[in-house]
Design a protein around this ligand. Structure first.
Ligand SMILES: [Zn+2]
Length: 159
């Protein structure tokens, strides 16, 4: 697949706050300089990789494009995982699901690369889902059996 062409325009008239868009069939990424210029350097990189994610995966899916950008940028610069999450927070303020999805994927990458903190966070959420069933208390079991025997004896004596 050929690399996409990156074109800069001064302003998007239809969507002035959107920093960039991708024409996935044409392989064109159009950057809206007026909005793009205000993002920090790491977010600019993330935005461009996100648009490439739309093109290379031929998808309009925002979460898939975010994940592509994360994979391209992860662990290649200091704070790359944190910065990727921050970038999504900035560009997808109206869709917090995207930030949550990306944070989880960033945590998995951190855990795979030896972050004990990330493992701890993932471990806790794994336990919350797959919690073992509570063990039955043996004393409770004995009491239940005794009560059943007592009731059985009462019923037998009745007749
Ligand atoms: Zn997008």
């Amino acid at each position: 697949m050929e690399s996409p062409v990156i074109i800069h325009v001064r302003k998007f008239l239809d969507n002035p706050g959107n920093p960039a868009k991708c024409y996935i069939k044409k392989g064109q990424i159009v950057v809206n300089d007026e909005a793009f210029q205000f993002y920090p350097e790491y977010a600019k990189q993330f935005i461009l990789e996100h648009e490439k994610g739309h093109y290379y995966q031929q998808t309009f899916d925002e979460v898939a494009a975010d994940e592509y950008a994360l994979r391209q940028l992860a662990l290649k610069a200091p704070n790359s995982l944190f910065n990727a999450v921050q970038s999504v927070r900035m560009i997808a303020r109206s869709d917090p699901r995207r930030e949550n999805e990306l944070r989880n994927k960033a945590l998995v990458i951190a855990a795979e690369n030896g972050s004990l903190k990330a493992r701890e966070i993932l471990g806790l959420s794994a336990n919350a889902v797959g919690e073992p069933s509570p063990k039955s208390n043996p004393i409770q079991m004995v009491i239940v059996i005794l009560v059943v025997i007592a009731i059985a004896l009462l019923i037998l004596n009745w007749k």
